[in-house]
Design a protein around this ligand. Sequence first.
Ligand SMILES: Cc1cc2nc3c(=O)[nH]c(=O)nc-3n(C[C@H](O)[C@H](O)[C@H](O)COP(=O)(O)OP(=O)(O)OC[C@H]3O[C@@H](n4cnc5c(N)ncnc54)[C@H](O)[C@@H]3O)c2cc1C
Ligand code: FES
Length: 380
Amino acid sequence: MSNLPPKKAALPAADGQATPPVGSVATTPSPVAANWRGYLRVGSIVTETPGVKTFRLLASSGDGLLPFTFVPGQFLNVAFSIGGARMNRSYSISSSPTQREYVEFTIKREPRGAVSRHIDDLLKVGDLIEAGGPIGKFTFDGTEAENIVLISAGVGITPMVSITRYLTERSWPGEIFFIYTCRTPADFIFADEVAALQQRNPKLHVAVTSTKAEGTNWKGPRGRLTKELLTQTVPDLASRRIHICGPPTMMDATKAILTELGVPAEQVKSEQFGATKPSPAAAGTTAKATVAASGPLVTFSKNNKSAKIHDGQTVLELSEELSIGIEFSCRVGTCGVCKVKMTSGEVDQAVQDALDADDKANGIILACQAKPKGDIAVEA
Ligand SMILES: Cc1cc2nc3c(=O)[nH]c(=O)nc-3n(C[C@H](O)[C@H](O)[C@H](O)COP(=O)(O)OP(=O)(O)OC[C@H]3O[C@@H](n4cnc5c(N)ncnc54)[C@H](O)[C@@H]3O)c2cc1C
Ligand code: FES
């Protein structure tokens, strides 16, 4: 791919973390190794279901251990140059951290998506991908609870498969309730893998429902996830830790069911796979304001630009109007790509998952979440 460096390009140094010997089963990986940034090489590409492929990524040299470790459920940020624009996206790692020589992404082609179509159409074995991370707190390595309920739909299965693979490989003694919703039976990503894991792990309980099974010989439950399916599959649901990942509508509906079933909100963890609607900037264009803004003044010091912000607008959105060039990926506060330093003022941030204590102490904010409470200045 023309936007990537040549195979022998000098690459940023790895973070130098200790790694177990090749072929050994890793001990619990270190919780966060968020500062690695470099290149990974595409080792193989496998079609999982219509429109969904798994990309195995190796160390850039093509052999040896990966330059980072991760916790199951984490993701990497990747960057591509498409049509002259730099575009960042986040992808959960679907493989297990016990595999130290590769990570896998499982990516759904979005019919009008800028990056997923680019990846699906153009990425080939041997290409280098710019990546950074791992990142994310939507993790489970078996230490957080004695059992786990993993509820996903569509491509939201990726972190759940990483977790299930890892716990099975580690012979984790807890029960895993794996609940998945797919459109047609042919859209069940990792169907064979889940069946194989079930054979190896008697503590793995699987329930899969298909919402469009008409005309097929699907023998499992049909339709959306219901209260009944959940309670039949998971005894004592209200006492368990639950992870949810899927389209926003599915996540909202599932959370509502869980509330109805008396599951305390603090036991439910969820991760949204990005904005529901494409932002104009996501499509590579620049947002344009139509009404004069009257909110606090935002100063982008590196660009020497200031402007008043619209009511409800984020610092990222204002920066796009002014062509400041703050990078972003998820736009929902999880990936950290949009971090900027705020040198004065205060902001509200609805989601701050991507900020750690050091970030907060150093005035780092997430531009995609930041709504100024008064005049602010940021280093951008
Ligand atoms: C933490 C995290 C983990 C993730 N993990 C995964 C993963 O494991 N696998 C995976 O496949 N994805 C994952 N995602 C989602 C991924 O980051 C991208 O958001 C996704 O691939 C879509 O990117 P895109 O550039 O193709 O679409 P974008 O160009 O960003 O478009 C977003 C959506 O809008 C639609 N759209 C675009 N243009 C238009 C238009 N003009 N009119 C109407 N609709 C339009 C697209 O079809 C798409 O659905 C994850 C996201 C996050 C935040
Ligand atoms: S773009 Fe991901 S945290 Fe802001």
